[in-house]
Design a protein around this ligand. Structure first.
Ligand SMILES: Cc1cc2nc3c(=O)[nH]c(=O)nc-3n(C[C@H](O)[C@H](O)[C@H](O)COP(=O)(O)O)c2cc1C
Length: 357
């Protein structure tokens, strides 16, 4: 007999695990409609940074991570989650319909890591992944049923990739629109973070107190412009490149650029991130250059200067070369490695749920 109150509680528990998923600047671009044992997942297109989130691709990756958490958490409750992507077509904000079926399922051992997984932006020690660990990560594409993972741990290539990724900082500090979007998302204090429960929590940025003070100064556009003239953006990029160029660099390549592929890439990313947590490794998506290039490639750049476009093109071409990408869609870049404990953990909003009949 179908017990509605019981099902509501099961779904709420599953969604609480679901929303532990990562999203660009912790934007949490989702809401849910529930009908009996079916969850409809909706994207909130205005939530993430509109310049980086070209064609909602960043949000679709986040939705993939959310769906993967839901599928894993369902097994913990004894349910199989049947996922249909874009049940009302790819133009719709309804990204997925998830039906829960009570059946004999094997509990997914990654479940507990849903709650311990977090971004780790620290520099990573030069401890390489063993071939067994790499194979477990490569296996993820088979578990999801599509995509390809690249891992690079040659020290020279990793260092070069670190420099390429850091070009993001130059563009972000020197471009007024990007600067404004970025700093409006920062949550400077614990109180602010607890109140908003979204946005970029300063504690997770792993800045030393003097760096944090400079960073606060840079949030004022006029001071930032003055300091950029003295070369601060390039200095920060150079410093950040040192941290980015540590550990193992990875990428997820999909067959095409469809929204479905981006969601599947998000599912792959989340499983890899959970496996990294299980292996006591840190994980850090670094996406700025790749995401800004998506606009440039489609001639949809409205805000970037020619100088910045040239810098981004050069960095992007080197990223492709270092990762050996010759075909397919580069959906996300990240690094994995031994970084110790992160200094802070981002909060989450309660799942926004509506019951429909
Ligand atoms: C699509 C996507 C892109 C992201 N890009 C970056 C990035 O370029 N740099 C970065 O430091 N973090 C990036 N993140 C990580 C988020 O900022 C982070 O997941 C979020 O703040 C929540 O923190 P948590 O993962 O610890 O829960 C990205 C996450 C996603 C899902």
């Amino acid at each position: 007999m179908f017990n509605l109150a019981y099902m509501k509680q099961i779904i709420l528990d599953i969604l609480k695990a679901g929303v532990r998923a990562p999203s660009g600047d912790n934007s949490q671009p989702w809401r849910f409609e529930i009908k009996d044992n079916v969850i409809f997942i909706y994207n909130l297109p205005e939530k993430d940074n509109p310049i980086f989130n070209y064609k909602q691709r960043g949000s679709h990756i986040a939705h993939g991570a959310l769906i993967e958490n839901i599928v894993i958490a369902a097994t913990e409750k004894g349910y199989k989650a049947l996922v249909v992507l874009f049940p009302h077509g790819a133009e719709s904000d309804c990204v997925a319909q998830v039906t829960l079926e009570q059946t004999l399922v094997v509990k997914d051992p990654l479940f507990s890591f849903i709650f311990t997984r977090a971004i780790n932006r620290k520099p990573y020690r030069q401890v390489l992944l063993s071939s067994e660990q790499k194979n477990s990560i490569f296996e993820t594409t088979k578990e999801i049923g599509s995509g390809r993972i690249i891992l690079v741990d040659d020290m020279n290539a990793v260092k070069k990739l670190g420099k390429d990724f850091s070009i993001n900082e130059i563009v972000m500090l020197e471009n007024r629109d990007l600067h404004n979007y970025f700093f409006s998302d920062v949550r400077w204090t614990d109180e602010e973070e607890q109140r908003e429960k979204t946005g970029l929590y300063a504690k997770t940025m792993e800045l030393k107190p003097p760096q944090l003070a400079v960073f606060k100064l840079l949030s004022h556009w006029r001071i930032n412009t003055l300091l950029c003239k003295l070369g601060i953006a390039r200095f920060i990029a150079k410093e950040n490149a040192k941290g980015y160029g540590t550990g193992t660099i990875g990428a997820i390549i999909m067959e095409d650029e469809s929204p479905e592929s981006y969601i599947r890439a998000g599912r792959i990313m989340q499983r890899v991130w959970l496996k990294a947590a299980q292996m006591h490794f840190g994980f850090h998506p670094i996406t700025g250059v790749v995401y800004m290039m998506m606009r440039i490639r489609d001639n949809r750049n409205e805000v970037l200067s020619d100088v910045h476009v040239n810098l981004l093109r050069k960095a992007y071409h080197d990223i492709e070369a270092q990762l050996g990408i010759t075909s397919g869609e580069l959906t996300i870049t990240f690094r994995i490695g031994d970084g110790g404990e992160p200094s802070g953990y981002s909060s989450r909003l309660e799942p926004r749920v509506e019951y429909i009949t």
